[in-house]
Design a protein around this ligand. Structure first.
Ligand code: GDP
Ligand code: ZN
Length: 290
């Protein structure tokens, strides 16, 4: 039987099987499995006596620590249009880190009901969309639910963003029955309250939200410049087009990315933030943003 781990408490795993049955399983020994299963893992489960055991953990597409979670499909960067003000630098740094983890970054702009039609936020949104990013806008009167439901369905999502941007409000609007666990979620999405051995996915809108703050730190110590250069959506169309194969699009001659920035095909501000980020990687910089 195959399934996906949706909850872990120490050595007990709750697995959602492909036929939608939910079973509590134990991992049958680290040595046999090679690795310990974590929430998000796709696993093989076998029944032995009256118990269920995880027999195999499938290869992961990504892995986040604290709390551990594997195979995250997307990270939703939640940022309010105002109050607190929209910060393109913060959004960019987050989507850089997310992209480097092989996770799809999605931008959710909240509080759009509080801005006028000529607000600069619309330029930012156009800029991200032009770069290939999916941007969802949301506000008190916006009917964003259909878009959000399609977005979340069957996926594991991580929500990231400063406090006060509207993460809990967003979850509640999606699923009013979610109110029951809002307290829990706010707590879970907060900072540094995690043990390393317990974690859980919450079912919402046909998908799953992980109880992790995901990218609560701007930690550039774990990524490489090469990885960043290869991961940015903005540069997708220009891979392999620079004179040097290992071009970091910084000071190298014959750089297709820089040329595209000059021709306004790539966002100048995102490129600037990318260059700053190369520096942060060199310094191994780690900062909190909240
Ligand atoms: P969290 O800390 O990210 O979970 O943020 P909350 O969901 O607690 O929201 C913070 C504040 O912003 C609350 O007072 C919400 O009522 C308000 N808020 C959240 N979303 C919106 C929105 O789309 N429009 C407006 N006008 N206010 C919002
Ligand atoms: Zn280049």
């Amino acid at each position: 039987m195959q399934g996906r781990v949706i909850k872990q408490i120490s050595n007990r795993y709750t697995v959602l099987l492909d036929d939608q049955q939910i079973k509590t399983c134990i991992a049958r020994g680290k040595l046999r499995l090679g690795i310990s299963p974590v929430v998000g893992d796709f696993v093989d489960v076998q029944k032995f006596d009256d118990k269920y055991g995880i027999e195999k953990v499938y290869q992961r597409t990504n892995y986040l620590q604290r709390p551990p979670i594997a195979n995250v499909d997307q990270a939703i960067v939640v940022m309010s249009a105002v109050n607190p003000p929209f910060s393109p630098i913060l959004v960019d740094q987050l989507i850089f880190l997310i992209s480097c983890e092989n996770i799809e970054p999605i931008i959710l702009v909240t509080k759009m009901d509080l801005v006028k039609a000529d607000d600069v936020i619309f330029d930012y949104i156009a800029d991200y969309r032009h770069g290939g990013y999916q941007v969802i806008i949301s506000g008190k009167d916006t009917n964003d639910l259909p878009a959000l439901e399609i977005l979340l369905k069957d996926k594991i999502s991580v929500l990231t963003g400063q406090s006060g941007v509207g993460k809990s409000s967003f979850l509640n609007r999606l699923d009013p029955s979610f109110k029951l666990v809002t307290q829990e979620i706010s707590h879970a999405l907060g900072r540094g309250k995690h043990t390393t051995r317990n974690s859980e996915l919450y079912a919402i809108a046909g998908g799953w939200i992980a109880d992790t703050p995901g990218f609560s730190k701007l930690d550039f110590s774990m990524i490489t410049k090469e990885r960043l250069a290869a991961s940015l959506k903005d540069f997708n169309d220009y891979h392999g087009k620079c004179r040097f194969r290992d071009c970091l699009h910084d000071k190298e001659p014959g750089c297709a990315v820089k040329e595209a920035v000059d021709q306004k095909m790539i966002s100048a501000s995102r490129y600037q933030h990318y260059i700053e980020c190369l520096q942060y990687i060199e310094e191994g910089r780690k900062t909190n943003y909240d």
